[in-house]
Design a protein around this ligand. Structure first.
Ligand SMILES: Nc1ncnc2c1ncn2[C@@H]1O[C@H](COP(=O)(O)OP(=O)(O)O)[C@@H](O)[C@H]1O
Ligand SMILES: [Mg+2]
Length: 244
């Protein structure tokens, strides 16, 4: 069996409290793993630490304690430049806000990270990435000429063009209508195959249930892990013990 692409052990994240108050423990000992080809969802109530966990897993934020092994590397031992290189080449991140550059066409937006990293990216690579997200005929359009769903698909094409092995997505459908959200989810679902994995943060139980595994986060700890659950099972797990 190949080693996991991602393995976190006993992660904690503590932030300084507001106005000099006591520190806030957001993650309180989270362990999880992601195998090659898997799509894993992280769900939980708002404020349960989902985004913080995703940032720690992807190296965007340094955990307070615990270990993250991403693509075989212990993130805490990497120097800044090594971490940046790992993230640039083999890790992708999709945010809720698409973060496209308004003055650039879809094609130019997709090519931008490679340009900034001084990597070669061919017109064919860019067009292939756009075709993969169903936007082969929109390469010349600026973001303002695209719907929200199309903009998010350009943002995903931008990530996929770098051929990352792990794609992290934080509420990628949060700003989209249901139909566009389904398209984006379909795309992430297809991406998780072979040696490529997707880690999705969402509070939408239907989206979460598209994953192979669902990690339920509550108050900074993993309260349950579900394998191929239905949306109803995810809902029951999130709302368990909550006064609604
Ligand atoms: N940089 C930070 N400084 C202080 N507190 C933070 C910081 N980032 C997140 N938090 C706090 O951590 C908690 C969890 O946040 P977050 O991970 O964004 O949760 P979720 O994504 O599940 O809604 C919140 O109470 C939030 O205010
Ligand atoms: Mg969040």
């Amino acid at each position: 069996m190949p080693p996991p692409l991602l393995e976190a052990h006993d992660l904690t994240a503590t932030f300084a409290g507001p106005d000099g108050g006591p520190p806030v423990s957001v993650l309180r000992g989270v362990s999880m793993r992601v195998e090659p080809g898997e799509m894993v969802s992280i769900v939980g109530p708002s404020g349960s630490g989902k985004s913080t966990l995703l940032y720690c897993l992807s190296g965007l934020h340094a955990a307070t304690s615990g270990t993250v092994r991403l693509l075989g590397e212990d993130l805490s031992t990497l120097r800044r430049g090594q971490l940046a290189a790992l993230r640039r080449g083999r890790v992708g991140f999709v945010f809720q806000s698409y973060n496209l550059i308004p003055s650039l066409s879809a094609r130019e937006n997709v090519a931008l990270p490679a340009r900034l990293a001084r990597h070669r990216i061919s017109v064919e690579d860019v067009d292939r990435a756009l075709a993969e997200v169903g936007l082969a005929d929109r390469g010349g359009h600026k973001p303002s000429a695209l719907s929200g769903g199309q903009q998010q698909r350009v943002a995903i094409a931008r990530v996929l063009a770098a051929r990352p092995q792990v794609v992290f997505a934080d509420e990628p459908t949060g700003a989209l209508d249901t139909a566009s959200g389904t398209q984006v989810l379909d795309l992430l679902r297809q991406t998780a195959a072979g040696d490529r994995s997707v880690v999705l943060v969402t509070h939408d139980v239907v989206s979460a249930a598209r994953a192979d595994r669902v990690v339920v986060l509550r108050d900074g700890v993993v309260s349950r892990e579900l394998t191929r659950p239905t949306a109803d099972q995810v809902f029951a797990e999130i709302s368990a013990g909550q006064v609604v």
